[in-house]
Design a protein around this ligand. Sequence first.
Ligand code: SF4
Ligand code: SF4
Length: 348
Amino acid sequence: MSSKVHFLAWDRKDEFLQFLKITKVFSHIKAKNFLAIKIHFGEEGNEGYINHQYTKQVVKIAKEKTAFPFLTDASTIYIGKRSDAYHHLIVAQKHGFSIENCECPIIIADGLRGDSEVSVAINLKHFKSALIARDIARADKFIFMSHFKGHEITGFGGALKNIGMGCASKAGKYAMHHNSKPAIDVKKCKACGICIKHCYQNALSVEDGKIVMDKNKCAGCGQCIATCPSGAFELNWNENPNLVQEKIVEYSAAVLKNKESSYINFLNHISKFCDCFSFNKNKPLMDDVGIIAGTDPVAVDQASYDLVNKIYGKNFFRELYPDIDAEIQLKYAEEIGLGSRKYELVNF
Ligand code: SF4
Ligand code: SF4
């Protein structure tokens, strides 16, 4: 069965509020629901994150339904400005996500140090249970606002990535990344040391002028792949990094278990890397496309993926990452019942 998804072209983005009202993204919201609006506030120096003007409009409708909306995200496992709640909130504020601008509270859902979590039983292929940020798990309803763009490990990042990886506590994120330890081509290493500064696990060092990795310490976060200016790191296919996509999907199943939710993807500022990187890694590579909304995360991501590729004229994500089959996340999500890859696109 196909799912209905709604599309607003980017040149009509000023009509976002009217667009939201004709979609079903608020149909599950009831009075006094604690509504978690899950978003990525953008790493410091990043410019691809969703603008707070859009979250404000989602909050406005949620409040008209007398719900209790709040913006939320969880801590990262890499070293950056969002790896604990204290610094995460400061970056969010710098990026415009203040209570005044957003007209709702902002809650970092896994607590001060990223270890406030609940275990959700799922009994799937890779995980029997998943560690979800506590205040996300405690919310009544969800709306996921996701920036759709390329991703260094999963090919693209959209709603499924925002749900599965974005709502996990630090321990949950480690569990998903565990099998994606990069391979190193030491001939390319210029011994600049940049990757060492970004490796939160202290797994990297330079010995005899070349980079060395301690695999026992590496957690497979992918930061070194994205930060090395010489391209010395790459995904290690012997360790089957495609597993990460399936693991993210299983975590998505845990987050959504017994919860009603809806999804709004922003197809603008479409970059090669995710919003965990600063602007020099995050430049937009094509014109802004628009906004896709619906109540099926698989359909919303599939429609986003198809639309970007259609407008680009060929598979944009395969061109960015020839070795990553980004459709694995869509196929597996459909297989375990999170939604449908078939959709009906309704233009606003
Ligand atoms: S960032 Fe790249 S070039 Fe620099 S030390 Fe690390 S592996 Fe070598
Ligand atoms: S070596 Fe690379 S992938 Fe492993 S923990 Fe360090 S930055 Fe992350």
